[in-house]
Design a protein around this ligand. Sequence first.
Ligand code: ATP
Ligand code: MG
Length: 368
Amino acid sequence: MADVTLEKVGKTYGNHRIISDFSVTIQDGECFTFLGPSGCGKTVILRLIAGFERLTDGRIFIGDQLVSDAQDNIHLPPEARKIGMVFQDYAVWPHKSVYENIVYPLHMQKIEAAEAKKRTLAAIHLVNLIGLETRMPFQLSGGQQQRVALARALVSRPRVMLLDEPLSNLDANLREEMRFEITTLQKQTGVTILYVTHDQEVALAISDRLAVMDKAGRIRQIGPPDDIYEKPIDPFVFKFMGISNFIPLEYRNGQVFIRESDALLGCPVPHGCLDRLQSHELIAGCRPYDIELIHQEGHGQGTIQRVIYLGATIDYRVAVGGKILRVQQDVRDAGQGGIPFRAGDPVGLKFRDLKWFENRGADAEGES
Ligand SMILES: Nc1ncnc2c1ncn2[C@@H]1O[C@H](COP(=O)(O)OP(=O)(O)OP(=O)(O)O)[C@@H](O)[C@H]1O
Ligand SMILES: [Mg+2]
């Protein structure tokens, strides 16, 4: 197995620059995810690592092997890189059976028949397709086809597996099952996995570490899932990791209010930051479940605008000043009396966990 190192990698198509100065090292045996919005360059990066595309700048190493170097015009072809790849649409060959799909790469490599059979059966076992060897793809569910694609990528014993949104076509239950199978598979084989997705839930669930990319193809933050979720480095990362509220604040009469409202924040502001609050250089963020709603008679701090019952949670939109905040409440905390707030109700707000960010305007969109 192997580390993968990208050193100052750049890629342009004509005049269109997709990636610049992109550097990261993925450790041997790690499950590493590139998480970013559609079009940010995730597939391009995987194709560069796999060798389907040439670099415009920089170098790529797999283990100790230099596989791409723009300056010295080094470019190892894909078949020499010992990489397995599952593409975004995970295409399996429709006219080949499960067994034939999986054995195919070994035939291409002219592996001796008995050895090819042994390895194919081992791969079928690994992805839990035993008994389905003779089925054709149209006789398989989406998740089973997905496993065929995984086994086909694994059968050549790659050093590195590149998985490009392999779960995007599956329903929620299957996605969860496959997520689990991918991590199990990795533990069993020790293969280094590079996973690409725009789904933050998948990224949190399967990664040892993940890199959050913005629309411009830059890495904003790298870290283990809990760090990225709990300690986002900027508003963009915070926003990308889940439903978020950004709360504009102002300092009046010795107290901090939600801007253009008489809703008191009721939470401490970082020491010495009141000036920066006033000049909008600092902004607070919180998740929907970090706001508690309190019954208020008459004139509330805010007004419930919309209530949506989601089963386990209730989702509210609350108007405060000129701002709409998203609030979510666990149904069990909502009390015995059913949905405790209705549209039009006045409410008080209590903030539990605020995160403080430098407010750089367009930064939250990743456009800058
Ligand atoms: N062969 C190509 N020629 C020109 N432009 C390309 C080529 N391949 C990709 N691009 C452009 O590069 C950018 C990044 O594309 P890429 O496919 O890597 O996005 P992505 O992050 O994988 O998005 P998604 O999440 O939608 O799959 C896009 O603007 C795309 O149009
Ligand atoms: Mg893509």
